[in-house]
Design a protein around this ligand. Structure first.
Ligand SMILES: [Zn+2]
Ligand SMILES: [Zn+2]
Length: 347
């Protein structure tokens, strides 16, 4: 805790973070203030503890929770202040779940006390924000996830991962594309040939455990197909596909248009319905696949071949029945092929 907390001034009435905050009765202020102090105040505290041990032991946990509460407010304020500009672009909703708080807690939105013994409020499982149930609808969509709270890298929501690591793109995408391009893009059947699955799993574990420190160099994995395999696996395991379920119908509508110019225009509009982190990642991937297709005479991978590999990996309907899946595959291939071919005009 920084030393300048209001309640550290011994003997003064305790000031809580916001004036209307319904905290403990004011009569507890001297104990709180004393408990926080050191040195001489510590001696006074000992004296008081002898006189009124019961009330002190009651408010001791309160003080600890109050400190952690204020600490989290200070942390959030600092996070928002220090965030680079592009982070503000990636809005992310909180992932609230009903929570039973142990000890007293204040709502981090309205700063009022959270009453009750169980299920007093909700907690965001991504950033740890604690608010009243009635306040959770009012909180801005500014969740800044804590990497320690998120599931591993693979299978984690794309926007949550990018925001947690304070980047623009998921590190798996940036690092794998960087590594594959550094090796020259000329390997025959790039993205079509599968890498040894045990090694692909090893790369996935390395990202899950070490994040951006994972070693995917040619020294660690000689076969480039292991790296392409890991990248494909990353997209397959996204809980929300790169082309999100919400955006997918707009893409399919574009695929159904027969006039080529009108189709591209519709596709451009469909792209605008993607969340910004998804849009930027798709742009990066399509620009990369465009460069792969430019080496077609070496790697034999045309944009059409690449679209067969990537179509179902990047998009799928929310509800899957056999007919929708079959029709979907046709659209997915066409869409990915168009995205690769026309990347410069579309993004
Ligand atoms: Zn959150
Ligand atoms: Zn509240």
């Amino acid at each position: 805790m920084p030393s300048a907390q209001p309640w550290e001034a011994a003997g003064k009435p305790v000031q809580r973070p916001v004036s209307e905050c319904a905290g403990p009765p004011a009569s507890t202020a001297p104990q709180l203030a004393g408990a926080q102090g050191g040195g001489g105040r510590g001696a006074a505290l000992t004296a008081r503890r002898v006189q009124r041990p019961a009330s002190l032991s009651l408010w001791q946990p309160l003080k600890i929770f109050a400190c952690s509460q204020l600490g989290s407010l200070v942390r959030r304020a600092a996070l928002l202040r220090d965030a680079p500009d592009h982070l503000h672009k990636y809005e992310k909703s909180h992932n609230f779940k009903v929570h039973t708080f142990r000890g007293p807690h204040w709502c981090e939105y309205c700063a009022n006390f959270m009453w009750g013994l169980i299920a007093q409020g909700v907690k965001c499982s991504d950033c740890g924000l604690n608010v009243h149930k009635q306040c959770c609808r009012l909180v801005p969509t500014d969740c800044q996830p804590d990497p320690r709270r998120l599931p591993k890298v693979f299978g984690c929501d794309l926007t949550a991962l990018v925001k947690a690591h304070r980047g623009r793109l998921p590190m798996v995408v940036e690092m794998c594309i960087g590594e594959i391009e550094a090796r020259g893009l000329k390997s025959e059947g790039l993205y079509r040939v599968s890498g040894v699955s045990d090694l692909v799993e090893e790369v996935r574990t390395a990202f899950d455990k070490e994040g951006e420190k994972a070693d995917i160099s040619a020294k660690a994995y000689e076969d480039v197909n292991v790296i392409t395999g890991a990248l494909k696996l990353y997209f397959r395991e996204l809980p929300t596909p790169l082309v999100t379920y919400q955006a997918y119908p707009h893409f399919v509508e574009a695929a159904k248009v027969s006039d080529p110019a009108e189709r591209l225009e519709q596709l451009r509009r469909a792209l605008q319905t993607l969340p910004p982190a998804h849009y930027d990642t798709l742009h990066c991937l399509m620009a990369h696949l465009h460069r792969v297709s430019q080496q077609e005479k070496h790697n034999l991978m045309s944009s059409e071949n690449l679209s067969i590999v990537f179509g179902p990996t990047l998009m799928r309907p929310h509800e899957q029945d056999v007919l929708a899946t079959l029709n979907g595959m046709r659209h997915q291939r066409l869409l990915v092929e168009l995205l690769i071919r026309h990347v410069q005009e579309l993004f």
